[in-house]
Design a protein around this ligand. Structure first.
Ligand code: NAP
Length: 449
């Protein structure tokens, strides 16, 4: 960290930060950032996806400070978190994210800044505001914030009911440059939310992307519209999305049926009150074998679900593994039920038996991150202590690639944090009494490690 940056971080994290003093401090010319390099996009050509190793492609380089534009804010991330999208970026699948940056560069002057020969990744952050651009009035230097990743101008009419519908909506740090894994990061003012006061920097940074995605998928009319008593089948129930989905279902009076791949993960769920758990590995399901769906396996799975629920089928299936599970997901959903999907980790060309969809009047709902309002509501739940972080481990910025590898190999549980400007774990709690009030609940989900 440069001396200039050191001074900014110290002033911005003071107990009583002075916006004027922070704004008067000079910015450094360069910063450290986790990046992939355009010169390396071919490095994994011909390799199987599983063998592509982010530890070879994700670097920490010294790069220029991004220039601040209208409606934008420069923040000093204290912490960031790994998301699966950083795995995709660093293995250049399904396409190099430089194509997103080039497209952005063709759109506008502001977009051109993003089209560089490096891509600074990271779609989550907690930190402090350092500079505000023209037109920003709600936020000031020194504000402690978390950042959601819906990067949208709303110049067009399409997004004004729901900003995720905007034709130019992007995911920050994935489809834009200047993400959260950098000593300074560029965001739009409408990405900022107040940092939950009782959480550490790394806990707060581990929430937004997967929590808000799960929130939209389950809660409200843009997703499955979950109601009390709904049986919700959750794939990857101790993963980044699933760990929050379980909490939202329990909070909302639903009945989670949790799918995991080890007895240890099943134990974690029992400890947080999710009683209906299937260990997919122990039961040996092979829904997708030799390049084909396996309907007999769907039936075996459906029977197991009914055994757990006392004969009920899922009202909602929380889907993201994609090709290997979608056939089973469509099959097991109840008549009139909803399969809500936001991803295709195991492959995006999906095959399912459409008779089970139309004859039983089921629906598949596509979902993608969340609008500002949904992200704000999800963040509010965390601030109220109604949703807990599921942070299992925190890495340094230099180790971000190791964290990406852990996610790529499914060797993690919950979320993996990354310290950026914070020098050690545990900082950033401004309401100690509130943290003590929620200590039991926080500890329960800390066991996700
Ligand atoms: P994660 O932390 O890796 O958790 C995913 C979990 O899914 C894994 O831990 C694994 O749990 C389970 N899983 C993986 N492959 C599976 C398979 N073939 N069959 C059954 N279960 C499988 O990842 P995440 O953060 O939850 O993200 C999951 C996916 O959603 C990623 O592809 C990510 O890019 C995407 N995503 C999309 C959005 C969006 O806005 N569209 C937002 C967030 C994430 P077990 O091994 O325990 O079963």
């Amino acid at each position: 960290m440069s001396q200039d940056l050191d001074a900014i971080v110290e002033a911005a994290t003071a107990a009583q930060p002075s916006p004027g003093d922070i704004a008067a401090l000079p910015l450094p010319e360069t910063m450290r950032a986790a990046v992939v390099r355009k010169s390396e996009v071919d490095m994994f050509d011909g390799m199987a996806t599983a063998d592509k190793d982010p530890r070879k492609s994700l670097h920490v380089d010294e790069v220029p400070i991004p220039p601040l534009g209208a409606g934008e804010v420069l923040i000093a991330p204290m912490a960031s978190a790994l998301n699966f999208n950083t795995v995709w970026t660093s293995i250049f699948e399904p396409l190099p994210t430089f194509l997103f940056l080039e497209r952005f560069g063709r759109e506008s002057d502001l977009g051109r800044r993003h089209d560089l020969d490096y891509h600074n990744v990271g779609s989550d952050a907690s930190g402090v505001v350092v500079r505000t651009g023209p037109g920003v009035s709600r936020w000031n230097p020194g504000d402690r914030v978390t950042v959601h990743c819906n990067y949208v101008d709303l110049e067009g009419h399409e997004g004004h009911d729901d900003s995720m519908m905007d034709a130019h909506q992007r995911i920050w740090g994935f489809e834009s440059n200047f993400g959260g894994m950098a000593e300074l990061s560029l965001v739009k003012a409408n990405q900022l939310m107040p940092k939950p006061t009782h959480l550490t920097w790394e806990e707060a940074a581990s929430l937004s992307l997967t929590l808000a995605t799960s929130y939209r998928m389950l809660v409200g009319p843009n997703g499955a519209g979950m109601k009390q008593g709904d049986v919700v089948l959750i794939w990857g129930a101790t993963g980044g999305l699933g760990g929050f989905a379980v909490q939202l279902v329990l909070n909302g009076g639903g009945i989670p049926v949790c799918i995991v791949s080890s007895p240890e993960k099943a134990d974690l769920l029992a400890q947080v009150g999710a009683e209906l758990v299937i260990d997919r590995r122990a039961d040996g399901y092979e829904f997708w074998r030799d390049g084909r769906q396996q309907p007999r396996e769907w039936r075996r799975f459906g029977t197991r679900i009914r055994e757990l629920t006392g004969g009920e089928d899922p009202d909602i299936v929380f889907e993201h593994p994609g090709r290997q599970t979608i056939g089973a997901s469509v099959f097991v959903a109840r008549r009139g039920g909803v399969v809500v999907t936001c991803a295709s980790t195991s492959g995006y060309l999906h095959e399912y038996d459409n008779r089970y969809l139309w004859m039983s009047l089921k629906r598949i709902v596509g979902s993608h991150f969340a609008n500002y309002r949904e992200a704000w509501e999800a963040n509010r739940l965390a601030d109220l202590g109604m949703v807990q972080p599921i942070l299992s481990r925190t890495y340094g910025l230099d180790e971000a690639a190791d964290a990406a590898w852990a996610i790529h190999t499914n060797a993690h549980t919950g979320k993996l944090g990354v310290l950026v400007n914070a020098r050690e774990e545990g900082g950033g709690v401004s309401d100690v009494a509130k943290r003590e009030r929620f200590a039991d609940r926080i500890a329960r989900y800390r066991r996700f490690s």
